[in-house]
Design a protein around this ligand. Structure first.
Ligand code: C5P
Length: 413
């Protein structure tokens, strides 16, 4: 959830205006402060008294109200907030916004603001579908106004249904929090500026013959999210990945390999680096004596015997002390049991700085899933994080890595 923000809620004149009362309560529960402006039509649907009771602020209604102008001019009102939410956005209010009108307090504030505006339209489906509204909405989108909804369903008028309902309060809240979180993220951009981050990801494929290989179920999602998060924080990123079918993260140098041996070579070639994260599920063994032609069933008396030999441990090799060792080496420990014990011993045996441990037993749904529950193990101890999306895990790991690099450098100075 984002930190406490100031929201200016502009309530338009529609039957759905009552939902704003619930919205105000939920926003305030989350610690945000809400100031409300009501159009004169809005006051026909809910009273300024009830809105003011919930916001705990005087409700503003009139552009020419001298008191309001003395206390807080409409220009300040337009800018003294983090977000303006327009709900319900009626066809008339939308038309005025698109045309740049400023003949009442709501429209004057919307014209004067330099803050993000979230519009939640609500009107009769015929009004929403009308070419005039379509034009106005297209104009507002082009002007950078964010629009949520309308939803479809029954209308207040009997027998009317279609697209035009104000979205429900939880959806509005999620959209509002989404805007705050992305702006907080933008402000944090750059903490890995000037750093090089290497991420290994995905499975490796160890060939048996030109057609067949040994592999595992790694989807590569966590590794791709780590690469995306590092790039988002300003790092130069080399993502060394085994065969996966995922979209390439923006702004990342991607090196595609198949085997563990190729992955090791690609990681070595990418050094030096400030941070190396080993999220790949490297195959422990490769097949000895790979056949150059397809093994034919008919040529053998029975099933073939595969002789396996151990693959190089890429993490262990890169984490060895030396001039090329990245300053922060992070390994992953995917276990199906005794997660913390195995992870702690891996921290030592592989000489990693951190191990991110998770449970990948089939019941956990981690393999191939969207969420992850991880423990961060370092010399300082164990930190257990709540379940969150792989994107959030990645973001937090990279933010922590940036802090660690900063602390290490400050300590060295
Ligand atoms: O497979 P294991 O549990 O040992 O993996 C722990 C960590 O070591 C992971 O970060 C994995 O990416 C890394 N690893 C590696 N090369 C291997 C095996 C594991 O880099 N051959």
């Amino acid at each position: 959830m984002s930190s406490a923000k100031r929201i200016l809620l502009i309530i338009g004149g529609g039957i759905a205006a009552y939902k704003c009362l619930e919205l105000i309560r939920r926003l305030r529960e989350r610690g945000h402060s809400v100031r409300a402006v009501m159009t004169s039509a809005a006051q026909q649907f809910v009273t300024p008294l009830s809105v003011g009771a919930l916001t705990n602020e005087r409700v503003l209604t009139n552009l020419f109200d001298l008191d309001d102008e003395r206390e807080i001019g409409h220009i300040r009102l337009a800018r003294d907030n983090d977000l303006i939410v327009v709900a319900p956005g009626t066809a008339d209010l939308i038309a005025k916004m698109a045309g740049g009108h400023a003949d009442d307090l709501a429209t004057a504030v919307l014209l004067a603001t330099d803050k993000p505006v979230l519009l939640a339209p609500a009107m009769n489906p015929a009004m929403w579908a009308h070419p005039a509204t379509r034009r106005n909405v297209a104009q507002l989108k082009a002007d950078g106004i964010r629009i949520i909804g309308p939803a479809s369903g029954e209308m207040a008028e009997r027998g009317e249904a279609g697209v035009g309902r104000l979205v429900e309060v939880p959806e509005l809240l999620a959209a509002i929090e989404g805007i705050f979180e992305s702006s907080e993220r933008r402000q944090q951009r750059g903490v890995l500026e000037g750093r090089h981050v290497i991420v290994t990801s995905g499975p490796t494929h160890e060939p048996i013959d030109p057609i067949r290989y040994l592999a595992n179920r790694s989807s590569g999602k966590q590794g791709f999210e780590l690469a995306a998060a590092a790039a988002d924080l300003g790092a130069r990123v080399t993502l060394v990945t085994g065969p996966v079918s995922l979209p390439e993260p923006a702004g990342v140098d991607i090196v595609r390999i198949k085997t563990a041996a190729e992955m090791l070579e690609a990681v070595k070639a990418a050094l030096p680096a400030d941070v190396a994260v080993f999220a790949a599920a490297v195959a422990d063994w490769r097949v000895e004596g790979i056949k150059t032609e397809k093994i034919k069933k008919t040529e053998l008396p029975g099933a073939p015997t595969l002789t396996l030999s151990e693959n190089p441990d890429i993490l262990k090799i890169i984490a060895q002390p030396g001039p090329d060792r990245p300053r922060l080496v992070i390994g992953f420990a995917a276990e199906t049991q005794n997660v913390l014990d195995y992870a702690k011993s891996k921290l030592k045996s592989k000489r990693a700085d951190w191990i991110v441990a998770n449970n990948v037993s089939p019941a956990s749904g981690v393999m191939g899933g969207e969420n992850n529950t991880v423990h961060l193990i370092s010399a300082k101890g164990v930190e257990s994080w709540p379940e969150m999306s792989k994107a959030k895990v990645a973001r937090r790991i990279m933010e922590r890595a940036a802090e660690e690099l900063h602390t290490k450098r400050t300590a060295a100075e």
